[in-house]
Design a protein around this ligand. Sequence first.
Ligand SMILES: *Cc1c(COP(=O)(O)O)cnc(C)c1O
Length: 474
Amino acid sequence: MTAAAPPGLPAKMHALVRSFLAEPGALAAAVAEYGSPAHLVFPQVFAENLERLRTQLAGRVSGYRICYAHKVNQSRAFVATAEAAGVGIDVASEAELASAVGAGFTPARIEVTGPKGEGFVRELVGSGVTINVDNLWELERIAALARPQARVPVLVRVSGFAGTPVSRFGVPLHRVDAVLKVLAAERERIEFRGFAFHLDSGEPAERVRAVESCLVLTERAYAAGLTPSVLNIGGGFRQVFTADADAFDAYVHALRESLLGRGEPMTWGGNTFGFHLEDGAVHGTPVFHKYANTVDAERMLADLLDTGLEAHGGRTIAQIAAENLLDIWLEPGKALVDHAGITVARVEFVKETGDGSTLVNLDLSRDTVTPADQEVMVDPILVPAGPVANSGAVGVFLAGRLCLERDLITNHKVWLPRCPAPGDFLVFPNTAAYHMDLSAARASMHAVPPKLAVAQRSGAFRVCRDIDYRHEVA
Ligand SMILES: *Cc1c(COP(=O)(O)O)cnc(C)c1O
């Protein structure tokens, strides 16, 4: 008799990452040299992601620019790979700007987004980078600081599209008139390149409405005597984490049942993952809904560009852009680093808690693999340190190294193929997008884990510190 397979959350993984993990001793050697825990990035996977988005664009529009959104990961290897590929970069701080310049990006290929204070605006004016303006104050400061002999290239970010939640970023649509007035009056100092938006949403209709609004604004800019040539559609192109959408759904179903007290307990510490329980049912959208996504960035981008707009006689967004000589710019972050990073931790010890749960303690903390309010919903991969006795699958919670009750790396039960032993490794898949760097802290004076770059050259894997990575043509 075979028991039903335990609930699982199998991770989609890139073949290159898989073969690195399958290479005998490769991971152990990297950890032996650089320490555990560690983040590993795979710039060759980044390059492939970039190429796939490029292919979608090249087949549809004549003018386009991809600006890699640096904030998704601090990796120098990714920035170097983007530079070598000839694309642009989107930076959102002084330090990210310095990182881009250091990697060889010329000002013409740099776009600066996000909130900027007086100091940063002063640094940007006259530098030749394109400023993606967030608000009227910023635009007026640029006008005041600019010199006529060096017009400042700007995009204007807008927000507040119908059916879209209010955003803290951008100029609300009803304030765009004031912006056009400044742009028209300051034509000598400001080179207006076009409108921009960025949406976090994975909802295709929201992006289509944002494009429609920006096309209307572009017309108005022309009417005001301006000559916009860019439509910047931002980032937000999604990742696919799961290798098996049915298994994911089955896991979430079992999790919801367990929240109602049915079946095996699957949650730690009364966590409900953003669901709420009412009238004996589970409601709401969980904090981990991104893990359910099955539409990849390439598809999202292609579908958007192929969407016909009623107001334009059904012509597609790609056609409209081409006919109006508008270059499409995008700012993908997570889509470019999808599957291009993993995080490895060592198992320190395994214990049983008062309620009979099995706790696997690791040498990293929750903030190393995910922002605190998120829950990682793909199974880590167990890489044994030595010969294994196969004890069969075991359901565990993963606990972190901080002396805090809340430092659980998973608040949901994870089934591992066997009970790990001290010294084994657990590898967290697909951590390059925000997971590694966004919330990493030096709590309890633990060092931030080293970041390593892994590349396959002539069939062999080479590992170095991320900061020492040099791009080589394959
Ligand atoms: C964060 C950010 C991006 C990148 O977003 P992803 O969801 O990672 O693609 C792009 N543009 C702007 C303005 C951003 O703030």
